[in-house]
Design a protein around this ligand. Sequence first.
Ligand SMILES: [Zn+2]
Length: 261
Amino acid sequence: MGRAGSAVEAGAGREASPPSYTRLDADVPVLYAPRLAGKAKELSDYLARGYRTLGQILSVDPPPIIAYIVADEDWEKAPRDNERPYPRGLPYFTRSVEPPALVLPEELSTVFRPRTAATLPLTIWHELAHAFLLGREVVRTPAWFGEFVAQAASAAVACRIGPPLEEHLSRIDKEAGFTVQNFRGPAGAEDQMSFQNLLLGFGAAALEEFGEGFLPSIFHALWEEDEVVDGERAEELLRDALGPGGREWLESRPEFQEDPL
Ligand SMILES: [Zn+2]
């Protein structure tokens, strides 16, 4: 999920793929466990289309990245920022290797809800959006802001190239019990998922109201910030990126209240 940090990681430059992994060349080259060739093709297609579409939406040259499709038995050997392996089934982005990598499990954790045709591509494009943002130096932001940006960007890709989001959004549980403002991590996996879904619905609503133009504005604004972004500044960046009517719209949104409505 979102880890902002220094571009210089301890392990930069090390070749971390298990030696038996096969390489599939594409815009986002994929290294995969040989028994996952079918999966690699499916994910490579989502990666390539998301990569090109995000580059267009954000008006930037996509950053060089690769993807690992990691077999269950290899999960603990996958490249990562921390000493300890991350929970199984959760995709993530890491700058511990060069080029930086998306690490994708052979199957998504059952924690990912709702399960529709959009679940897998949205999850991949969410991590791609983190990769795009972290392709340049960025200051720290509140967790909700980085995750909102990734969720809104993945929804924007779906709006351009499909799959349609209506069914997925309609199956999100609306009773999250918290808002963007009062969610406090770290939380259990289910609350994390509810929080991500709250942000996905929020991002999709922003896209519907304002179009996708606020996304390049936010990305570029974040690349230009040189001080840590606190909650107040994050709201200001979001308001400015949304443009005229942004303030009133944010005040009207249930996701943005002090307490759940
Ligand atoms: Zn994330």
